[in-house]
Design a protein around this ligand. Structure first.
Ligand code: SF4
Length: 333
């Protein structure tokens, strides 16, 4: 169970809806400004460029660059809203699909307009999220044909080549690259695989271009660990990790697991770093999907690392030699 902590002052540039646990209907979405704003794809792409919006799936890649790469391949591109979050501790994507499906679907529609895509997919494993998206699709004008594709929940099922493989009817397992999906994706078409929070921020930027910088420099985080319940919140870039830990209810943490497992384990000194992709990367860690697990004071970092490696070994898809033998060997050391 994860608590949703809403900001005390509601901003139109926030991806968090008004009521946690309640799916926002098309009517409620429209009443708060949904479907509004710029519909010119070139203008929106310029806003995304200027805002510096980074993808929220883990790699923090510039959203405008990824959109342009698919658009420039030509042909009949495909867009995919990727809501399959495999990193331990992350709940933001299933929450967005459950609570704000129209915001995500609007982002998908804008991504389709920018890239010239003629069809879209929503990819997920959470049954409640799937039901919410299907209800929302039934409420919308079918301008863009969108299909919901479900997968089993695994660590690698949300990796972009695994997403393409699953949508094409295969197993949700990564393939070797190149080609990357933007070159050859679903059905061989250039494909944008975009995290659902990224798409939500694209829709918000279209609706509130004047807030583009705020929208791009705020992010969902799932905070867990210590002795407090997990919390999903939206915070601005730049807030120190130590402040987030105190806010979560883990004072004086001994370290943190960053980005699920993507950013590795950092010690207590790293907690003075700001929550910002470049600053974290320069320090050898990563924001990733925004899932941060704080270690309570006195918690054993070796035991935490052993748990993490055990998880990776259990989730190995046994396709690559270095992973089959290496991860298991580290676990057994
Ligand atoms: S074997 Fe390991 S490294 Fe290779 S695709 Fe599977 S999980 Fe990834």
């Amino acid at each position: 169970m994860t608590a949703i902590r809403l900001p005390t002052t509601r901003s139109p540039g926030s991806v968090l809806g008004a009521a946690p646990g309640v799916t926002e209907s098309a009517e409620a979405y429209r009443a708060t400004g949904g479907h509004a704003g710029t519909t010119d794809p070139d203008a929106l792409l310029r806003h995304l460029d200027a805002s510096g919006l980074r993808g929220r799936g883990g790699a923090c890649f510039p959203a405008a660059v990824k959109l342009r790469a698919v658009r420039d391949r030509g042909g009949a591109p495909v867009v995919v809203a990727n809501g399959e979050e495999g990193e331990p501790g992350s709940v933001k994507d299933r929450w967005l699909l459950r609570a704000r499906p129209h915001l995500v679907l609007d982002g998908l529609a804008h991504a389709a307009a920018i890239t010239g895509a003629v069809r879209g997919y929503v990819y997920l494993s959470d049954p409640e999220a799937g039901a919410s998206v299907r209800r929302a699709l039934a409420e919308r004008e079918p301008h863009l044909p969108v299909e919901v594709v479900e997968t089993d929940h695994t660590y690698v099922a949300g990796e972009e080549s695994a997403v393409v493989r699953r949508i094409d009817g295969g197993p949700a397992l990564p393939t070797t690259k190149p080609p990357r999906p933007f070159e050859r994706g679903v059905g061989g078409a250039p494909t944008l695989v975009s995290n659902v929070e990224t798409l939500a921020r694209i829709a918000l930027t279209a609706a509130h271009p004047g807030l583009r910088r705020t929208i791009a420099r705020s992010t969902l985080v799932t905070l867990s660990g210590g002795h407090s319940e997990p919390v999903l919140a939206e915070v601005p870039y730049g807030v120190p990790l130590r402040t987030l830990a105190a806010w979560h209810g883990t004072p004086a943490p001994g370290g943190a697991l960053m980005g699920g497992l993507f950013g590795g384990l950092v010690d207590g000194r790293a907690l003075d770093l700001p929550l910002e992709p470049d600053a974290l990367a320069a320090a050898g860690t990563a924001l990733g999907c925004g899932a941060i697990r704080f270690l309570a004071a006195g918690a054993c970092p070796v035991a935490t690392a052993a748990d993490a490696v055990g998880h990776l070994a259990a989730e190995s898809t046994r396709q690559c030699g270095v992973c089959v033998s290496g991860t298991a060997a580290i676990r057994d050391t």
